[in-house]
Write a protein that binds this ligand. Structure first.
Ligand SMILES: Nc1nc2c(ncn2[C@@H]2O[C@H](COP(=O)(O)OP(=O)(O)OP(=O)(O)O)[C@@H](O)[C@H]2O)c(=O)[nH]1
Ligand SMILES: C=C(OP(=O)(O)O)C(=O)O
Length: 227
């Protein structure tokens, strides 16, 4: 797999952010009916806007993408992410693998896991989260539904133990992570799994990759405005 890197991971106090990206054949299944032939392009576009916003955040030293799929790998490497192979043992194993790479690249820096489905992500809102997270050994941001998690992070030297999947808010709380949910971070919490999530992200303002696919989607016969 091609490994490209435009950041030097050299800002030792900056965060290294690990972003997991599923293979396209398995991605965004809850959007399959609505997205029709645009599902894979939408998954790549959403990941691109997420990673571009993370790379534009001044608190971020670098982004590591963990994926087994060469298509998002190439698109995200072109944006400046370092891409590492997925161990193919599930989401948290993929994140731990990215976390191990982060610890090698920037041993003195904090490490975060960020979901790849945050197309409205704003660098300044991620900055608010990373500033708050720096005060705690382990912390997380709940998703907009307050069931899942969009971000999990650890201070330098703390074991990186993400517990994503399903009702992960409760698992992160149970694992001792501090919940970080200040006002003013809607873009960090707006993950996109369903058509109505996508409408909410569009209302917040999605990045250019997602906006281009959404334009095509809305002209297609599969898309229905969620009630
Ligand atoms: N590298 C990697 N990423 C994963 C894996 N499973 C899930 N992800 C990523 O984890 C995040 C949450 O994934 P899910 O909600 O399970 O999947 P999704 O593709 O977003 O949506 P659905 O197919 O509708 O469940 C997304 O960023 C996915 O790309 C995995 O096994 N490996
Ligand atoms: C994996 C998760 O998210 P979702 O399935 O909602 O994308 C999670 O919130 O832990």
């Amino acid at each position: 797999m091609r490994r490209t890197e435009r950041r030097d991971f050299g800002r030792e106090t900056g965060w290294t952010i690990v972003v997991p990206v599923k293979t396209l054949v398995a991605a965004k299944t809850r959007l399959a009916a609505a997205a029709g032939p645009h599902r894979a392009a939408l998954a790549v576009a959403i990941a691109c806007d997420t990673v571009a916003a993370a790379l534009a955040c001044p608190h971020v030293a670098g982004v590591i993408v963990v994926t087994a799929d060469p298509v998002p790998a190439e698109a995200l490497a072109a944006l400046g992410a370092r891409v590492v192979a997925d161990p193919n043992a599930g989401l948290n194993a993929a994140l731990r693998s990215g976390g191990a790479e982060a610890a090698l690249l920037a041993p003195a820096g904090p490490i975060g896991a960020l979901q790849a489905d945050l197309p409205a992500l704003r660098p300044e809102e991620l900055s608010v989260v990373l500033s708050c997270a720096a005060d705690f050994d382990q912390s997380f941001v709940p998703d907009a539904a307050e069931i899942g998690t969009t971000f999990y992070g650890v201070r330098p030297g703390v074991v990186f133990a993400p517990r994503f999947g399903g009702e992960s808010r409760a698992r992160h709380l149970g694992g001792g992570a501090k919940e970080v949910a200040p006002d003013g971070i809607p873009s960090v919490r707006r993950d996109v799994d369903t058509p109505s999530d996508l409408e909410e992200a569009v209302a917040l303002g999605v990045g250019p990759h997602t906006a281009a696919v959404v334009r095509k989607l809305k002209e297609s016969s599969t898309w229905r405005t969620p009630s």
